[in-house]
Every structure is written in C-alpha cells, then in structure tokens.
Design a protein around this ligand. Structure first.
Ligand code: AMP
Length: 303
C-alpha cells in the first residue's frame, strides 16, 4: 500500500509550445497516476474544492486510488498555480500561487491509511508532512519526502525535524546545495544523509537523477526526448513511479532503489511529452514496454 499526500490543483501553464489554462495538476495527482502503472494499492490524502472535476476523482479510483482521504470542500476553491517556462524549458517562473482550500489543510488520516507500507510525502509544509508521519500506527517500510527551497527559507527548523524522520529525501540539485551549504553534490549528500535519511535522490531535470546511500552513488539517466512539451509535474511523476515500483516489489535494498529510480525516469519521460496529465493518463502497455527497452539501450554497457 502506497500512501501519498500533496496538492490537488488547477494549473495554468505557459511553455514555448503553447499554453494550457485551468488544467488538472497537483503533486498528489501526478504521484498517484505515475504509481498506478505499478501498484493498484494507492491512498491519497489531500484537499480540493468542489470546483475540481468529479470525473477526475473517478478516473483515479478506477486506477486503484483510494480517495477516502481526499477532502472535498463544499463551495471551496481548489489550489491554483500558474507558471511560465523559459525558451529552453530549464527555468520556470511561478506567476501565481493561490492556496485557497490548501491553506486550511490539516490531514486526519482515515483509519485504513495508518498501516501503509510506503509513504510519499509530496511537497507541502514540513509541519503537515510530520503530522502525517506521526499519525502512522505502524512504521512504514519506507517514507519518502519531497520539499523545496521555499521551506528552507521560511521553515528551517521544522524542515530539519521532518527530514530526520524520513528514509528517503527527493530534491533537486539546487535544493541539495542550499540544504547542505555544499556545492559538491558528493559532499552535500554526506551532510544530508547525516540529517537522518538513509537514501538521498538528487534530481537534475533533463540530466537525470543521482541516488546516494552511505558512501555510494548511482546515476539514472533521463531519456533525451525528441520534444518536451510541458515539464510540469515531472518531479512528482518521478517520485510516483519510483514509489509505485517500490510498493510493487516490496524491496528497499540499495539495488532495488536503483531500479526504482529508473522507473521514476521512465514515468517522467512520459509526463513531459504533453501538457498536464494528458500523456500520463494514457500510457499503453506496449508504450511502457518500448520505453523500458529504450532505457535499457540508453544505460547498459560493459565497462
Ligand atoms: P513539479 O513540476 O514536479 O514541481 O510539480 C508541479 C505541480 O505542483 C503543479 O501541478 C502544481 O499545481 C503543484 N504545485 C506548485 N507549487 C506548489 C506549492 N507551493 N505547493 C503545492 N503544490 C504546488
């Protein structure tokens, strides 16, 4: 069972390829969809207004997502985010963040959520993330957490308290540098692993991701695509694919974490091919198999 928490949102997105207005998004939505290609045992704890399409909730349920923990606020407005990408898609500017119902999010886990084996804490305030950990009745096999530089600026102490409680931290290279005060990612990883987590994943966007464990490091490439249309949600999708794979295999060894990273990269490669969840919701078994083979070709060589 994979429990995930995060935002459920409407997004406005502008990229060099065009714009999409009031499309569905949110970390918990990307995580759930990506994980659903590996496990049908997913629970979502999140908040949304009743302006968010009911058919999208039904579609997640049809993929094995238990939505008992998705709080729907009557007459409430859903979280809204607007962002604009640079020409090369490597930089993104946040234009609007309207928290709306997310401002009052104080998750109370349904009884059945308190025994999940795997927990993915999407990017939210560290207090909410810690609150979820504290509600678990049984220590999960693995708790993963995403965060961002904003929380390093405004909630340093509670961020460190939360990081101490998790097994895996998933952040990007800039965030790893800010969190550790080290430029070398090798040194940054040592500092961060000393804060508590057993594993650290450092995402490097189109340049793949690194997995750190003790003194070891592993690299998972991102697939060079012919066309990237919309990078929104790639990080959450990566985390969802990775955690879905771990829930499917129930193996938290370093070797299996390496495989999980590659499955995260596979899911992220689909996510960025279309706006919003347009591709992520429509991956066929044949496409998934073909993409796995592309990754094998990309990464495998005797040296
Ligand atoms: P990513 O591109 O992986 O960072 O994820 C983007 C998604 O996260 C979008 O669908 C947004 O709705 C959502 N998002 C953006 N900013 C925030 C925030 N401050 N808190 C929670 N979710 C957010």
């Amino acid at each position: 069972m994979l429990l995930n928490i995060g935002s459920v949102a409407f997004d406005d997105i502008e990229t060099p390829y065009g714009r999409a207005e009031k499309v569905i998004g949110g970390a918990a939505v990307y995580i759930s969809w990506a994980a659903s290609y590996y496990t049908q045992q997913i629970q979502i704890s999140a908040i949304v207004g009743d302006d968010w399409p009911v058919e999208e909730i039904r579609k997640m349920e049809a993929r094995g997502v238990d939505t008992e923990g998705l709080q729907i606020v009557k007459d409430g407005k859903s979280f809204f985010w607007a962002g604009k990408y640079s020409e090369n898609l490597n930089e993104r500017e946040t234009l609007i963040t309207d928290l709306n119902v997310l401002d009052d999010f104080d998750p109370t886990l349904p009884e059945g959520y308190k025994y999940a084996d795997f927990v993915m804490l999407g990017n939210l305030t560290p207090e909410i993330q810690l609150n979820v950990i504290r509600q678990m009745e049984k220590r999960p096999s693995l708790i993963a957490m995403d965060t961002m530089n904003f929380w390093m600026d405004v909630a340093w102490d509670s961020l460190l308290l939360t990081i101490k409680e998790v097994d895996l931290l998933v952040i990007n290279d800039e965030e790893a540098r800010q969190l550790s005060g080290e430029y070398s990612l090798r040194k940054a990883a040592r500092t961060i692993l000393n804060l508590g987590p057993k594993y650290l994943v450092v995402k490097k966007g189109e340049h793949g991701a690194l997995l750190f464990h003790e003194d070891d490091v592993f690299f998972a490439a991102a697939l060079p695509l012919h066309e990237v249309v919309d990078p929104t949600g790639a990080g959450d999708t990566f985390a969802g694919g990775m955690m879905g794979y771990l829930d499917m295999t129930k193996d938290i060894s370093y070797d299996n974490l390496k495989r999980a990273l590659i499955h995260g990269s596979i899911m992220a490669s689909f996510c960025v091919e279309a706006f919003s969840l347009d591709k992520l919701q429509n991956i066929t078994a044949a496409e998934l198999e073909a993409r796995k083979n592309e990754f094998k070709g990309l990464m495998h060589v005797e040296i």
